[in-house]
Design a protein around this ligand. Structure first.
Ligand SMILES: CC(C)(COP(=O)(O)OP(=O)(O)OC[C@H]1O[C@@H](n2cnc3c(N)ncnc32)[C@H](O)[C@@H]1OP(=O)(O)O)[C@@H](O)C(=O)NCCC(=O)NCCS
Length: 158
């Protein structure tokens, strides 16, 4: 982000995560929040409640001290406990620390929005990454004639 979101929007986001019981952890020092990580599940109305979107950040002076790793470990673990099947995120291709952290946890690149951001004359790709928490069935290959028909799925399965 180039500027902080309005405090009211942050308060409302944090409160809604608490009410919903979403995975959300903060790092605190002397009453000051110095890092955060949250996973917001998608909407059941569009069949995306099995996937959560991750956001995180650590204040500049606190980076490189394993705060981010502890935050994301706790948040991913809670997402797993709650039954989320997948965690997604978008990260700028120039953000090497974040990409290294996500890769070390098993996040894989699923796509890339080329030149998705333009700031101060510099383009950045947006890398779409995801961590599979649960892979109950192999995803069938949609290519015609590419093997046996996919196994029957139970009613209601996404
Ligand atoms: C990405 C971020 C959350 C990492 O938090 P952090 O507390 O600094 O990270 P940690 O100290 O826990 O390090 C965890 C891993 O991140 C990677 N990492 C951290 N700093 C790094 C750096 N300067 N260069 C390369 N990799 C780095 C390493 O893989 C590290 O693993 P290690 O245990 O082998 O050292 C933090 O840099 C940050 O807030 N960045 C700005 C906001 C942001 O990018 N948020 C994510 C948006 S998608």
């Amino acid at each position: 982000m180039l500027e902080a979101p309005p405090i009211e929007r942050v308060q409302s986001f944090v409160a809604s995560n608490i009410v919903a019981g979403n995975p959300q952890f903060v790092a605190e020092e002397n009453g000051r929040i110095v890092g955060w990580c949250d996973v917001t599940p998608g909407s059941a109305a569009v069949g995306m409640a099995h996937v959560g979107r991750l956001g995180m950040g650590v204040l500049t002076g606190y980076r490189g001290r394993k705060v981010g790793r502890r935050l994301i470990n706790a948040t991913v673990e809670k997402a797993r406990m709650l039954g989320l099947e997948k965690i997604e995120l978008g990260v700028f291709s120039s953000n090497e620390p974040a990409i290294a952290l996500y890769r070390s946890l098993g996040f894989q690149e699923e796509g890339r929005k080329k030149r998705g951001r333009f700031v101060d004359g510099i383009y950045d790709d947006v890398i779409l990454m995801a961590l599979e928490l649960k892979r109950p069935n192999p995803i069938p290959d949609p290519t015609p004639g590419s093997g046996p028909p996919p196994p029957r799925r139970e009613a209601g399965y996404p």
